[in-house]
Design a protein around this ligand. Structure first.
Ligand code: SF4
Ligand code: SF4
Length: 385
């Protein structure tokens, strides 16, 4: 059985430029009392040389068709722009020669001046993602949710001038957001804003996670509300549907084109995250959870035992996953979620039940509307990206 329907030939590098943030959201997964200082540029050069060495020595990113560098915080817009520009230029200079194609982007809360929004949109070729919450009081500046929402919405509108459409956003799902989810989706529909649903994530602050059955019911209702009606992509429903359609078309060989977090098991081969002090983790989520640090790029150290352990997830996946009808599309789910849920690198994500329910809905939907109609609808949404 070929277990690799995830993308094996691309690489994602998360670079946390700063841990400093201008907001004080209650559930921040990157919460840090002591925001560490910025990495010196000469240290960045040393660190990037070590990362390049790891990529080449361990065949990270397989055939190295593409690297995607994602800049994250803290809040990226709080970083002095001259420094950020030099940082981003250096990363491109050092890493783009290793890959056929290079892309980068950043995550921002858009709480910034218009001139800073201009700068970051230009620097990242308008590839900016954000997060939205118009309903709860969990996203705040100096504990004011109203102030946060006012600046955020103004800048969200302002950012449209760069791309001609609303930036995509993450919607964090927790007990507090649950009563407002459909209002948020309705507003996103009006703005034609693509959404990624993200169950709240434990990263150092108290959270109000939804209980598994309740989350599954919510994801089911979201699917029913969205399927064949909406003009926006809602993730993970959209990409799971895209992948499942390939099964109906007998084109599963194309699955890697749609692969990525949180549905991959070859994370150690395809992803890396560096903290401002050079610490290395598989990805941002593993770093936020402080799960399995693998070394430090600045001190040029690799914990080979941990690296090999994480690498071996692909060979020791949970038996339920290997015999699961949805394995090709789900790939066993996210390793970090599995570690959080079971304490085991080879465990199963706590969202298994939710993903299975979504897949069931997808299959029922394709059966009742027919492959071609569903495919046409998916394509119409894809054309708006
Ligand atoms: S552990 Fe999860 S979030 Fe991290 S790279 Fe793997 S799938 Fe993505
Ligand atoms: S749906 Fe569950 S059992 Fe199936 S592959 Fe995903 S995590 Fe594994």
């Amino acid at each position: 059985m070929d277990i690799f329907s995830a993308n094996q030939d691309s690489f994602t590098l998360h670079l946390r430029v700063t841990k400093h943030c201008n907001a004080d959201c209650s559930y921040c997964s990157s919460y840090e009392n002591d925001a560490s200082s910025l990495m010196k540029l000469e240290d960045l050069a040393t660190s990037l040389d070590f990362i390049s060495h790891l990529i080449l020595k361990h065949n990270l990113g397989g055939k190295r068709k593409m690297i995607t560098v994602q800049y994250v915080g803290g809040e990226i817009s709080t970083v002095p722009f001259d420094y950020l520009e030099q940082f981003v230029t250096l990363v491109k200079e050092k890493l783009s020669p290793l890959f056929l194609d290079f892309r980068h982007g950043a995550q921002s809360n858009l709480i910034a001046s218009k001139s800073r929004i201009n700068q970051i949109m230009d620097l990242f070729d308008s590839n900016i993602g954000t997060s939205i919450d118009n309903s709860t009081e969990q996203r705040t500046i100096n504990k004011s949710a109203q102030r946060y929402q006012k600046i955020f919405l103004q800048n969200l509108d302002y950012s449209k001038k760069f791309v001609g459409k609303t930036l995509p956003a993450i919607l964090v799902i927790d007990e507090k957001m649950k009563p407002f989810v459909f209002d948020e989706i309705e507003q996103a529909e009006k703005k034609k804003m693509h959404l990624t649903l993200r169950p709240v994530f434990q990263g150092g602050m108290p959270i109000e996670e939804m209980e598994s059955e309740s989350l599954t019911n919510l994801y089911d209702q979201i699917f029913d509300n969205w399927f064949m009606k909406s003009e926006i992509a809602i993730e993970p429903h959209f990409s799971l549907l895209q992948k499942r359609l390939l099964k109906y078309k007998k084109e599963q060989f194309n699955l890697p084109s749609y692969s990525g977090c949180p549905f991959q098991h070859n994370c150690m081969k395809s992803s890396l995250n560096m903290e401002p002090n050079g610490e290395l983790y598989v990805c941002l989520d593993m770093a936020d959870s402080n799960n399995y640090p693998i070394g430090n790029a600045l001190t040029q150290t690799l914990d080979t035992e941990t690296f090999n352990l994480l690498l071996s997830r692909s060979e020791k996946l949970n038996k339920d996953c290997l015999s699961c009808d949805y394995f090709n599309e789900c790939q066993g789910g996210c390793m970090n979620e599995a570690i959080e849920h079971t304490g085991d690198v080879f465990g199963k994500t706590q969202y298994c039940q939710t993903w299975k329910a979504v897949f069931k809905k997808i299959d029922q939907g394709i059966d009742s509307y027919g492959y071609q109609n569903v495919s046409n609808w998916v394509e119409a949404i894809s054309n708006t990206f």
